[in-house]
Design a protein around this ligand. Structure first.
Ligand code: ADP
Ligand code: MG
Length: 578
């Protein structure tokens, strides 16, 4: 490698850097959380790899992070003895942004600093947050298991690029030194840094060390001559608590601790909405700590969302992020962790594919999440409404994905209804059922592209007339969802826009008398020539034209066949690649 080789940042890196420096100005201290979290990840990776290959630990098995200050030089340094990086990895990880969706994310920014700061927080600010407080950053790293002369030095002042050089680094791992900006000099203070570490990184499972006070030189005893001793040096001491929060008994953990843990581990800016912490003993032994966030990440619905998910630990050793086997797709917004005592430490994604232990944990975790949402809906309906706005569309994927739980998920659904006047005044299926007319045994609904379209549909006329409530579904996924959700509480769903309607058994809807029937038959004969003409005009575009009783004021409407797939849904399936 050429010494001092100059490299240019990817365009996205530059853009993100500038944005970050400006939007995170008021929340500078998070740089430390980000760097410590990277160090902790690097230690996790090494610990995991050393299970198979103990020699990677060299002669230094105590994984840790050290934070130090050099007041004179105006620098703060974060170093770890984790996995480290080789040259290619430095280029791939530090010079580029590999995360999918970065472009899209950048486009979603509004230019309003407050709003953008929130989004950036959600996106995960990462390594580059160092430049919020630093004019220049030097990163020196050497990969575990490789020679001491394979170190890499990366340096940048955030003005478009960085330089790379080869260096000696006898100790494995990564050391990052920040030359602080004039206005960020507050972080040259030991107490300030300790405070930030306690606040954000207390639960990091590796020790985070800082130098303690220099012990005073021992007083010379009376009558003795003062001996010139070695100068006293400060010892490293542990700053964080480092206990894995989830291993502690529930009753000893404060809400605030759960929230801090959430923010650190799940990388959210905001508090979680709710969580559920469970220790399971017996046949299976595991602990789960599952959180529901307040806000949906910006890319939750774009198909390649993959940033969160559940972390898998085995006997407190971190194994992997995003263990997608632990949660179905429709619960992909749930974050947190599962720590199993039964899985082997060298478990791989392949092993997880078809594993009874994982299946059992997954099933129980689904129940936990649904249970906690049910409770929220019950006890805090306003908070639940907020949840539904953010994540409702996710839950609507459940009937197609999780047959076993579809009834329980459907209990959580909320829809607009003809019973209310405004969009957003939602009802649950249980409430709909409670209002059903005597004799009504079907759940009536209509799907449309918008609330207005649903509410003004001519199909509703007869239902309005008879005072029968209809659910107004106007979400993109509703049509698709309803193709899987055939019934709820043993009552079948009926689209009022499909096939024939029979409202005869509902009280208040008169049975047709013989006279009415005769009248209808006569009308049908009368209208027959008109129908023939319409058929001739429409030709192959429609499968049938019929006289109907479902309209009371509109002259005609289009009806889907009982088994026709709505256009909308055909489009949706095409988009999904079917
Ligand atoms: P994230 O942590 O979300 O991946 P970051 O921007 O924080 O994003 O870090 C980018 C990448 O740089 C990490 O994924 C990792 O590969 C690498 N990295 C950063 N810090 C370290 C470190 N201390 N040791 C090893 N690798 C690191
Ligand atoms: Mg990171």
């Amino acid at each position: 490698p050429v010494d001092g080789e100059k490299m240019v940042f990817q365009a996205e890196v530059n853009q993100l850097l500038q944005l970050m420096i400006h939007s995170l100005y008021s929340n500078q201290e998070i740089f430390l959380r980000e760097l410590i979290s990277n160090s902790s990840d690097a230690c996790d990776k090494l610990r995991f790899e050393s299970i198979e290959n103990a020699s990677l630990l060299e002669s230094d098995p105590e994984l840790r992070v050290v934070v130090s200050v050099d007041e004179e030089a105006g620098t703060v340094t974060v170093s770890d003895n984790g996995i480290g990086m080789n040259r290619d990895e430095v280029i791939a990880n530090i010079g580029t942004i590999a995360k999918s969706g970065t472009k899209q994310f950048l486009e979603s920014l509004s230019g309003d600093q407050k709003a953008d700061a929130k989004l950036i927080g959600q996106f995960g600010v990462g390594f580059y947050s160092a430049f919020v407080v630093a004019d220049s950053v030097v990163l020196v790293t050497r990969k575990a298991g490789e020679n001491g002369d394979t170190g890499v030095r990366w340096e940048s002042d955030a003005s478009g690029g960085y330089t790379l050089s080869a260096v000696d680094k006898p100790v494995r791992g990564t050391e990052i030194t920040l030359k602080l900006k004039e206005e960020s000099k507050e972080f040259l203070n030991d107490y300030r840094l300790r405070g930030v570490i306690k606040k954000y990184s207390d639960h990091i499972t590796f020790p985070i060390m800082m130098l303690g006070e220099v012990p005073p030189a021992p007083e010379p005893e009376e009558g003795e001559e003062a001996v010139v001793e070695e100068p006293q040096v400060a010892q490293l001491e542990q700053v964080n608590d480092a206990s894995a929060l989830w291993t502690r008994p529930k009753s000893t953990i404060k809400d605030e601790e759960y929230q801090n843990f959430y923010k650190q581990v799940c990388n959210d800016y905001e508090d979680a909405l709710i969580w559920s912490h469970n220790k399971v003993e017996g046949n299976q032994e595991y602990t789960s700590l599952l959180y529901v966030p307040k806000k949906a990440p910006f890319d939750l619905y774009d198909g390649n969302h993959q940033r969160n998910g559940i972390k898998l630990f085995v006997q407190r050793v971190f194994i992997m992020d995003e263990a997608e086997k632990l949660m179905p797709r429709y619960l992909r917004f749930v974050r947190g962790l599962v720590d199993s005592n039964d899985l082997p430490l060298n478990v791989s994604r392949e092993i997880l594919q078809d594993n009874k232990t994982i299946d059992a944990i997954r099933n129980a975790s689904i129940k936990r999440v649904l249970g906690m949402l049910e409770k929220l809906a019950d006890k805090q309906p306003e908070d639940y409404a907020g949840f539904w706005t953010e994540f409702g569309a996710c839950l609507k994927e459940a009937p197609g994905e999780d047959f076993a739980n579809k009834e329980q998920v459907a209990k959580l659904y909320r829809f607009d209804t003809t019973n209310n006047d405004k969009v957003g005044e939602l009802t649950s299926l249980d409430d709909y059922i409670a209002r059903m007319k005597v004799g009504q045994d079907k759940l009536y609904y209509i799907t449309a592209d918008s609330y207005q379209a649903a509410k003004n549909s001519p199909h509703l006329e007869i239902f309005r007339d008879k005072g029968i409530e209809v659910l107004l579904m106007h979400d993109r996924v509703d049509e698709w969802m309803m193709s899987y959700l055939n019934e709820y509480d043993s009552k079948s769903f009926v689209s009022i826009a499909k096939g024939d309607l029979d409202l005869g058994s509902i009280e208040g809807v008169e049975q047709e008398s013989d006279e009415v029937k005769a009248e209808k038959e006569k009308k049908a004969v009368d209208i027959a020539p008109t129908i023939e003409r319409i058929k001739a005009v429409l030709g192959d575009t429609t499968s049938d034209v019929r006289a109907s009783t479902r309209l009371t004021s509109s002259p005609a409407c289009i009806v889907m066949g009982q088994h026709d797939m709505a256009l909308h849904m055909q489009q949706l399936l095409k988009q999904a690649g079917h």
